[in-house]
Design a protein around this ligand. Structure first.
Ligand SMILES: [Zn+2]
Length: 304
């Protein structure tokens, strides 16, 4: 690897990290773009009409389009995700614990940072903020600038394109599937379904819904019964309302929001700049001892 800095590359072979040589990825991060996107999903039952990898494929499809639109590198997507309490024990779902998932995400991003990437954007397509936000702040203490997002909450469609708020194996997810991987969707098997909410639905900010006063994010409580007992057909919502056109509008809409965000980062923090201005591999224990890098003053401000 001695000659890696001699690679003067202005292009990559692929938007995907795993399809480039290490030399290409290192040179690309050093000279072209040091923003890396990590798509994350889950292996989870999505009823009879959709594949168990639905969330993972949704994350991969959206992240790839953002990488193509912006020049950000896309890191390989771990297939599995973390799950809230009520998903456990459901046949067809293979959940990671929060502890495993936090370790997975932090290890991946630390590794990508060794290749020279300085800014990280997690694009999740599954309800796993309980671990992604913890991972993001653990990485932040280490000086690894990370944004954690979930595509439907970032889109905030709020019943603009979709008739319903997004839940599970429903209109939203199935529409995205019809746009990104129609070969895996069996619309003839799609049927509506739902679970039993333990507090009135009006209290909860549904996925993709704009928040109002007196509302809780839907993960701020144990509001669902175990799915294995409560769900009749594995659906929460109505996938019969799904269309390819709705999927295209949702995907292209959220890709445009992500592209604006990535382009702002590129503009404000050019290649080679770590927005946080420090690295602190000691994490919590050494958080009071951070020293800023040459690009920042000792109050952490980026030098002009
Ligand atoms: Zn899903």
């Amino acid at each position: 690897m001695k000659k890696q800095t001699e690679f003067k590359l202005n292009k990559r072979d692929s938007v995907w990290f795993q399809e480039n040589s290490a030399h290409v990825n290192i040179a690309y991060a050093k000279e072209v773009c040091d923003i890396a996107i990590l798509p994350i999903g889950a292996i989870e039952q999505h009823a009879a009409h959709a594949p168990t990898g639905m969330d993972t494929y949704n994350a991969i499809g959206i992240a790839e389009k953002v990488g193509e639109a912006t020049g950000a590198m896309v890191l390989p997507c771990p297939m599995y995700g973390s799950h809230p309490h009520h998903h456990w024990g459901m046949p067809g779902t293979i959940p990671l614990t929060y502890e495993t998932h936090i370790g997975l995400l932090t290890d991946i991003i630390r590794g990508a940072a060794v290749a020279g990437f300085n800014k990280f954007l997690i694009i999740s397509a599954h309800g796993q903020v309980s671990s992604t936000i913890v991972a993001t702040h653990k990485l932040g203490i280490e000086g690894l600038f990370t944004i954690s997002s979930t595509w439907y909450d970032f889109l905030r469609d709020d019943k603009n394109v979709l008739e319903d708020y997004m839940w599970h194996a429903d209109e939203a997810e199935t529409s995205v599937g019809l746009y990104l991987y129609p070969q895996f969707i069996k619309m003839d098997l799609a049927e509506a379904g739902g679970g039993t909410p333990l507090i009135d639905s009006s209290w909860k900010i549904a996925p993709g819904q704009a928040a109002g006063p007196g509302m809780l994010y839907h993960f701020e409580g144990t509001f669902g019964l175990p799915e294995k007992d409560d769900l009749e057909n594995g659906v929460i919502g109505d996938p019969t309302k799904a269309t390819l056109e709705k999927g295209e509008k949702c995907v292209e809409g959220v890709v445009s929001h992500y592209a604006r965000l990535v382009n702002e980062l590129k503009e404000n923090f050019p290649v080679g700049i770590n927005p946080l201005g420090f690295r602190n591999p000691g994490g919590y224990a050494t958080a009071a001892e951070i020293v800023y890098d040459k690009d920042h003053d000792q109050k952490g401000q980026l030098k002009k």
